[in-house]
Design a protein around this ligand. Sequence first.
Ligand SMILES: C[S@@+](CC[C@H](N)C(=O)[O-])C[C@H]1O[C@@H](n2cnc3c(N)ncnc32)[C@H](O)[C@@H]1O
Length: 239
Amino acid sequence: MKDPSLRRSATLFRAFLREQQEPERCYTLLARDAADQVEAYVPVKDRVVVDIGGGGGYFTEEFRRRGAQSFLFEPDPAELGAKPPEGAVVADGYLLPLADGVADVTFSSNVLEHVDDPQTFLSEMVRVTRPGGLIYVSFTNWLSPWGGHEWAPWHYLGAERARARYERRTGKAAKHTLGENLFVHHVGATLRQVRGRDDVEIVSARSRYWPFLAGAITKVPGVREIATWNLLLILRRCP
Ligand SMILES: C[S@@+](CC[C@H](N)C(=O)[O-])C[C@H]1O[C@@H](n2cnc3c(N)ncnc32)[C@H](O)[C@@H]1O
């Protein structure tokens, strides 16, 4: 995949900064961008794309717009929102109600950091992907500047302190609690675990949003934990 442009990164970052005020715009842009990343490897038209933990369905809708048969599996009805895509299924990514090998593409955007056992989650993605099919996984690693989500970047000083600070400052309950719905996953450990698997090959490991050196960053121990920001893995299921 070609390194994307600075302009694209700046546009995504600006949309991300206004995510609370303009969620529709932010997620529509992100969905388009992610679908472009998938289509850099495989056209989705007439393919089966399974979106796991897809929230309100922006990604599923974008894949459908491009002619895919796309299906949303989301465990939290509240995340589905008021108008989920038709046919959305309330289901956990650990245990998908799907037969083996039904999907040409399995897709999960920013879900892995919300699961306690990413390797089991990944195994389920692999199971439902056909041999030769593509697996798109991206997540915000713990030491990313956004690792603490709404309480970032104070997570660098400890999760409890960051969470308490957020609640004090905003007067709102934090959405995430470490160990409950947000987990510590690192770039290096994740790459080693995925490399150790015999059911997938890594097609690409890169920073999802960086405009340059996106692949190189993920190769530098230590630095990658902060600089990657969000790790994107494109995997192919082994035959
Ligand atoms: C930050 S949101 C990401 C939503 C969307 N994929 C995106 O990129 O905007 C994290 C999502 O992961 C979902 N999730 C958490 N645990 C999950 C699990 N075990 N299986 C599938 N999805 C899960 C949450 O319900 C939530 O919708």
